[in-house]
Design a protein. Structure first.
Length: 120
């Protein structure tokens, strides 16, 4: 069974979702619930922290695609940070760096939000 968890932190710039473990078809619903909870609470500036994410499947990537339009329509964005090399390779293979800001640190993502830098 896959091990996965999401924890939340709120900063003045964004809602940070710290991902840990393996994000796949068995655990994608956990991320869906976490993002939906953020949106229900009016948090549309999301930083996905992948520092402790060991694996992501196409099902996990699909969660981001399921929410990005709604988030951007509400003036927000998803910024993805601190990915492990093997996880970044999956993002890159599927072209996600063209769709999302993939940045080295949370601080860089927060600075982009503070500067109003959003993708559309």
């Amino acid at each position: 069974m896959s091990s996965f968890s999401v924890t939340f932190r709120t900063t003045p710039a964004a809602q940070i979702l710290d991902l840990s473990g393996e994000l796949d078809a068995h655990t994608a619903q956990d991320l869906e619930v976490a993002i939906q909870t953020s949106l229900s609470n009016g948090k549309f500036a999301l930083v996905i922290n992948g520092a402790n994410l060991r694996y992501i499947s196409s099902a996990g990537l699909g969660v981001f695609m399921a929410f990005v339009e709604e988030i951007r329509e509400n003036g927000g964005d998803i910024k993805i940070v601190a990915l492990q090399p093997q996880v970044y390779d999956t993002f890159d293979l599927l072209g996600f760096p063209h769709l999302f800001d993939v940045l080295p640190t949370i601080e860089e993502a927060e600075a982009k939000f503070m500067a109003g830098e959003l993708r559309h």
